[in-house]
Design a protein around this ligand. Structure first.
Ligand code: AMP
Length: 544
């Protein structure tokens, strides 16, 4: 219509242009493979991202081609996040925790033409490199130019040194063009690709930065501990660059002590990762509560799997504020976030903790609903159903994959596979993955609720609850518990601990102590492996 405002394309180059002009002197810090610290400014970062764009263009990268990255969280990877889109390429982050077979499948399916690899990861990359059919170039990144690269490899630093950033011209791609892709960790069937558009990433970044979600700003110092190869580190490198926050990358050092050193030295105010990481930090802080001086109220976003209430409480004791978020690769990945609402500000702390251990309310521009066996569930906080979502950064299909088409409803929602209750304010509680729910005599038992309760016992480090086939009840819960180092607890003691919190029929029939819980490449409990290990398990006779 005549007189309408500009048709302004929301694209990634805009984020880089802003970083260059508004935040030129802000800092980007990386822990290098030799554990030393690398520092440079946003101005340096943009200059090098531009040179990467120019180098890729000279290597013949065509718009829309997929360019893989096989890197830890570091400044090279950040340059790739912006340099690849600058050349019109699609940033495809490869998950280095997957097996060579999975990586072969994913890289071929995505048709990666160039891959940027951290030099320290070359031995891992070489396990599948020769199986990538259309691969034209491998660019090896390290803090210094490498003189010892084998035939066929290009050196990242030398490539950049050959470019003059004055040749760079900002592209203005259409906002609905593809710019990045990630593969889901493949809960069922083959891993599936999700293709993100410029628009989805820009809107995701803006919303994530807003005060009703992550409240990230220029005054923050941000550490994405969540890998940049997992759902774009939850979009944090894009969000932090958009708002001009100081960024700190931990490289390959993700143990509690290394992270705490970094959080202390760089005066970090915001970090994000899976519960396992914060469990490591929580244990290190319990052992040496006075060793690190962290910023008071440091915000830690926890997602990827449920944050146990005991973990939230314990980190509070150390003045660290856990905020739970839920998301999926299929939604770039932010879905919901559990910021304490105003109506709970004056409530007793138990009520506040109960809320903070939920997954939270949908981010603006995300719609949710729950589908039960008899239609959509009421938002009463009780009824359970499968969560369906749609919104500005939710996948509409998997990339080149007929498999998985049934995950998208006819009216444009994505079926998440997560079973939830939704309260009257739209706050969700994830009861389980649909395949992990335990159905006993027609009633659903939430393994997550039992796990969280068990992890509240002082002797328990971790707990996973799985279904065991049962002649009368179809399925019954078995709890698998890992005790904290040096702690003891008996089955009876743990059962007595659970009893006041659960109906008798929803308690586990037995508890087994195991040495460790197997995990997926993205840190989630690998319940399928536990189900296989305990498939012939005989439960004791329990009356209820
Ligand atoms: P991914 O695509 O690998 O990030 O995995 C997404 C899945 O992780 C979701 O469908 C959930 O099952 C699980 N998940 C993510 N965040 C949470 C959370 N805060 N609580 C419980 N489960 C979560």
């Amino acid at each position: 219509m005549n007189g309408l405002i500009m048709d302004y394309q929301l694209n990634i180059p805009l984020i880089m242009k802003r970083a260059e002009t508004v935040y030129a002197d802000k800092e980007i810090v990386t822990r290098l493979p030799d554990k030393s610290i690398h520092r440079y400014t946003y101005a340096d970062f943009v200059k090098r991202a531009k040179k990467l764009t120019l180098a890729l263009q000279k290597l013949g990268v065509q718009p829309g081609e997929r360019i893989g990255t096989f890197c830890w969280n570091n400044y090279h990877h950040l340059e790739a996040y912006f340099g690849i889109p600058g050349a019109g390429g699609v940033l495809h982050t490869l998950n280095l925790r997957l097996s060579p077979d999975e990586l072969t499948y994913i890289s071929n399916h995505a048709e990666d033409r160039v891959v940027i690899v951290d030099k320290v990861l070359l031995p891992l990359f070489e396990k599948f490199k020769d199986n990538i059919a259309g691969l034209r170039h491998v660019i090896v990144a390290a803090p210094e130019p490498s003189e010892d690269l084998a035939e066929g490899y290009l050196d990242y630093e030398k490539l950049l040194a050959e470019q003059d950033e004055k040749d760079f011209v900002y592209a203005d791609p259409q906002e609905n063009e593809a710019v990045a892709m990630c593969y889901t960790s493949g809960t069922t069937g083959r891993p599936k690709g999700v293709l993100y558009s410029h628009r989805a990433i820009v809107l995701h970044s803006l919303t994530a930065a807003s005060t009703s979600v992550m409240a990230m700003s220029e005054s923050d110092t941000v550490v994405p501990v969540v890998p940049m190869f997992h759902a774009n580190a939850w979009g944090i490198p894009f969000t932090a660059t958009l708002v001009g926050a100081k960024q700190v990358f931990p490289g390959q050092y993700l143990d509690g002590e290394s992270l705490l050193d970094l959080l202390e030295k760089e005066k970090v105010t915001f970090t994000a990762g899976v519960p396992t990481i914060w469990l490591g930090i929580s244990i290190a802080l319990d052992k040496q509560p006075d060793r690190w001086k962290l910023v008071n109220g440091l915000r830690m976003v926890v997602g990827g799997s449920a944050a146990p209430e005991a973990l939230i409480r314990n980190l509070d004791k150390h003045n660290l504020k856990v905020i739970q978020a839920w998301g999926m690769t299929e939604m770039a990945p932010l879905g919901t976030m559990a910021n304490l609402p105003s109506y709970l500000l004056d409530s007793p702390s138990d009520e506040q903790y109960a809320y903070r251990s939920l997954q939270g309310t949908p981010a603006p521009l995300i719609e949710i609903r729950g589908r039960g066996e008899e239609g959509f569930i009421p938002w009463d906080g009780q009824a359970l159903g499968e969560l369906e979502v749609r919104g500005a950064w939710v996948a509409s299909a998997y990339y080149n994959s007929p498999e998985g088409a049934d995950r998208f409803t006819e009216d444009g929602f994505f079926r998440t596979g997560d079973i939830v209750a939704i309260d009257p304010h739209g706050c969700i509680r994830i009861a389980d993955r649909s395949k992990d729910l335990i159905k006993s005599g027609g009633e659903w038992i939430s393994s997550v609720d039992l796990e969280n309760a068990l992890m509240g016992h002082p002797a328990v480090a971790e707990a996973a609850v799985i279904a065991i086939a049962h002649p009368k009840w179809q399925e019954r819960p078995l709890a698998l518990v890992v005790l904290k180092e040096g702690e003891t607890a008996s089955v009876n003691e743990l059962m007595t601990f659970l009893q006041p919190r659960f109906a008798k029929w929803s308690l586990p029939d037995n508890i087994e102590f195991i040495e460790a819980i197997p995990r997926t490449s993205t840190g989630k409990f690998m319940k399928a492996a536990l189900r296989t290990r305990f498939k012939d398990y005989t439960l004791p006779n329990v009356e209820f």
